[in-house]
Ligand binder design. Structure first.
Ligand SMILES: O=P(O)(O)O[C@H]1O[C@H](CO)[C@@H](O)[C@H]1O
Ligand SMILES: O=c1cc[nH]c(=O)[nH]1
Length: 239
């Protein structure tokens, strides 16, 4: 049994949804899965397995940041998972984004994180799995919840490292980066390392430059919509 994801092989499904927040994992499992069973609560990083439309699905908390999600992903790999879909929140960098909008991350730039060192002399740019993001986009359109698709950035900093941090984010916005969060680059790099399928969908919880934050009910609406979209895609691909 791995050290942090306290589960035996067979307790975690091939398909795993990955929220950062443990409360979101519990909420999503209880709201969307049939017969959800808790397989780990070590450090309150809750993990549940249940079914959706008869398809076995797990929902595993990752915690915040690259180090935390990296531990969880390595241990999920030990447990035999195949498909990993992060369902997270993010700060918008683009003025085209509104609170609770949904983003599908094609790729992720990095700020301050060492995750690229899995290939020390090469800057790997691992994208999301094409079939996953194609279906996620189609699910969004069919469900009447248009999603923004593009590059995001994964940062080790929520509040920033230096006084220049806002300038770094502005530069990224100028290069077309839609939003910032703290885990996706680890997900895409570790998926590339093991040949796993991965994608990230995010709901906008706040706007970085406008310094506005959606209230909890708006964030919950966004989380509900992106979870419906993800489960619709899971049904299309694996049902
Ligand atoms: O809502 P989650 O999935 O945790 O994602 C975002 O929220 C956290 C910061 O508040 C970071 O983990 C960031 O990536
Ligand atoms: O990582 C995150 C998540 C939400 N908002 C941010 O500004 N950063």
């Amino acid at each position: 049994m791995p050290i942090h994801v306290e589960a035996e092989k067979g307790q975690v499904a091939d398909i795993v949804l990955l929220p950062g927040n443990p409360e979101r994992a519990k909420y999503m499992a209880e709201k969307f899965l049939d017969d959800p069973k808790l397989y780990t609560d070590y450090r309150q990083m809750y993990g549940y397995t249940g079914t959706f439309n008869g398809i076995e699905v797990s929902i595993q908390t990752t915690g915040m940041g690259v180090p935390s999600i990296s531990i969880i992903l390595e241990e999920l790999k030990m447990l035999g998972v195949k498909t990993l879909i992060r369902v997270g929140t993010c700060g918008a960098l683009s003025d085209d984004l509104e609170e609770a909008d949904v983003i599908i991350a094609q790729s992720s730039a990095t700020i301050g994180t060492t995750i690229n060192q899995i290939t020390p002399d090469i800057t790997l740019a691992p994208p999301a799995d094409f079939e996953l993001i194609k279906n996620l986009y189609e699910s969004a359109v069919e469900l009447g919840m248009p999603a923004h698709v593009g590059q995001i950035a994964t940062s080790d900093y929520f509040y920033g490292k230096s006084l220049d941090y806002a300038d770094d984010l502005k530069r990224l916005a100028g290069l077309g980066v839609l939003a910032v969060e703290m885990e996706t680059a680890a997900l895409y790099n570790i998926a590339a390392k093991y040949g796993l399928r991965a994608a990230t969908v995010l709901t906008v919880s706040d706007h970085v430059f406008k310094k506005t934050r959606a209230d909890k009910s708006r964030i919950k609406e966004g989380v509900d919509r992106m979870t419906e979209m993800v489960l619709d895609t899971v049904t299309k691909i694996y049902g």
